[in-house]
Write a new protein. Structure first.
Length: 268
């Protein structure tokens, strides 16, 4: 099954980094975040990737064209220049980098990849969100409901402290509160080929008309992910994810089995 990685946006809220490189190439723990996302899918045996590039697409092409050198050790015969790769870890990724246009919106990028998908079920996610999503459970959930699309619903990370108010009186001033009843679009989609009928032009973000119309048609289901998930929208986010790489196992690679749950089809 192919996995599309949406990697063409400007990443304007990370302008300190993205003025010179595309957002997916911003490093987390010494590796581009897009490679960290690919690690998650690879853990579950999904290693066939199609990268929907746009802004600074050439840098993504150059990175993956040389990834065999980056990801492996090498032995070089200095007299002849002959080089031998010495694998440092199992890989087996097959990566296609496709320039889907610098100004194309997310649904347009997916639509432009139609010929790469062979009319089959496919997965899709953003290249800037890391979560220990159980991909096997996600696929099982998708297959169980028979609809066109599944989105992984996540709870946003707490960013601010909480004020507990009763009437006009502040009862407590507390630390950041995780969880609650708020669910947002965390990416990690599973799509049937029929979703392409909802993606009609290059100017429409996936999150607007396409997903909203699928929800209205009863074709969008949400898989609740209760584990770790964190986006990289700002330098602060990048620094947090970078610090988490100091753990022996980063939280997005610490997998636990979550039972799939159905929640009503809604636009997220």
């Amino acid at each position: 099954m192919k996995t599309i990685l949406l990697a063409g946006g400007l990443g304007s809220r990370l302008a300190e980094e993205t003025v010179s490189i595309p957002k997916p190439m911003v490093e987390v723990g010494g590796r581009p975040i897009i490679a960290r996302v690919m690690d998650i899918y690879s853990h579950f045996g999904h290693r066939d990737f199609v990268i929907a590039a746009g802004y600074k697409a050439l840098l993504l092409k150059q990175f993956f064209a040389n990834y065999h050198l980056i990801a492996n050790n090498i032995t070089v015969a200095l007299d002849s220049g002959e080089m031998t790769l010495v694998p440092s870890a199992p890989g087996g990724w097959n990566v296609s980098v496709v320039d889907t246009g610098a100004n194309t919106m997310t649904s347009g990028r997916i639509r432009r990849l139609k010929d790469w998908l062979n009319g089959e079920t496919f997965m899709c996610t953003y290249s800037d969100g890391l979560g220990n999503v159980d991909i096997d459970a996600l696929l099982d959930f998708h297959r169980s409901h028979g609809k066109l699309a599944t989105v992984t619903a996540v709870q946003p990370p707490a960013r601010f402290g909480n004020i507990d108010i009763h009437g006009d009186r502040v009862n407590a001033f507390t630390e950041k509160v995780e969880g609650g009843d708020t669910w947002i679009n965390g990416g990690y989609f599973v799509f049937e080929p029929g979703v392409l009928d909802y993606m009609v032009d290059d100017t429409e973000p996936l999150e607007h008309t396409p997903l909203s119309q699928m929800a209205k048609d009863g074709q969008l289901m949400a898989y609740r992910h209760n584990g770790f998930w964190h986006p990289m929208d700002t330098v602060r986010d990048r620094n947090k994810l970078d610090a988490l790489c100091e753990d022996e196992t980063p939280p997005w690679m610490d997998f636990e089995v979550y039972q799939p749950e159905r929640i009503p089809a809604v636009a997220i």
